[in-house]
Design a protein around this ligand. Sequence first.
Ligand code: NDP
Length: 296
Amino acid sequence: MTAKVIDGKAFAAKVRAEVATHVARLKDETGIQPGLAVVLVGEDPASQVYVRNKHASTIEVGMASFEHRLSPETGEADLLALIDGLNADPKVHGILVQLPLPGHLNSELVINRIDPSKDVDGFHISNVGLLGTGQKSMVPCTPLGCLMMLRDHHGKLAGLNAVVVGRSNIVGKPMAQLLLGDSCTVTIAHSRTKDLAEVCRRADILVAAVGRPEMITGDMVRPGATVIDVGINRIERDGKTKLVGDVHYESAAAVAGAITPVPGGVGPMTIACLLANTLTACCRANGLAEPEGLTA
Ligand code: NDP
């Protein structure tokens, strides 16, 4: 079997186009423009690229983008005061603090200062609790993107066996909650799981969020399974730097029914879902109907 390739780049473009259509209609009918504020503390090169991409994508869909670039020495009190100001600003519907923060800042404290209804990353403890109890929340962008692709590919997910490899708070755990919300039978695997290959082979849906290059190989994939590769790893191969996932693509694609590539799979969906979350937050803040298909 050769797997169907789930094209995350094309899917993300479709989601961004849908968001843009909703934003245009919202502005037309109500005069409201959704706005996203991104806060970057310090000069981490990767974070700078992410923030630049987020700004460009926000403008592209017709939203307002508010960038706050702070020096690496910014104190906690100043950062919290900025967040308080953004929480109170009616033009700002979504707030994202780019992680990781410099070591002297307490990330948990900072994230939990964001108004949960503006927490478009879905990391605030209230949103974590709401998701865990199956209530309406802001959902972390990467797992939301995975869920959208899975729903698009499978239609209904109910009753499918899902295995999520990785139990981080930003990917593995919320991914498992979302799949449970769609009535999958969910197993979460991690570094202490016994016989990982055997656990993975039970999966109709296999999500890899590990951070170890090409760790999931074809012999760990059940024939016909859908494989979602969240991993982004830079490796040196044949003298070149290459981007690979947590799944060994060639061997897994030979067995799976469908698979996301790296790059061009889950990655592009993350920013698309950030925009979708900002639109959702704006609609909720203004008591308007939420766009269908863009939330969990
Ligand atoms: P973390 O490092 O926070 O978590 C990794 C998880 O993998 C942990 O739960 C760990 O288990 C588990 N793990 C590590 N080694 C093994 C092993 N040998 N067998 C089974 N499980 C193992 O990573 P993240 O969740 O933040 O990210 C995972 C990957 O996804 C990374 O490659 C990251 O770059 C990528 N990513 C991609 C995004 C995108 O937009 N596409 C967004 C976010 C992340 P334990 O808890 O026991 O230590």
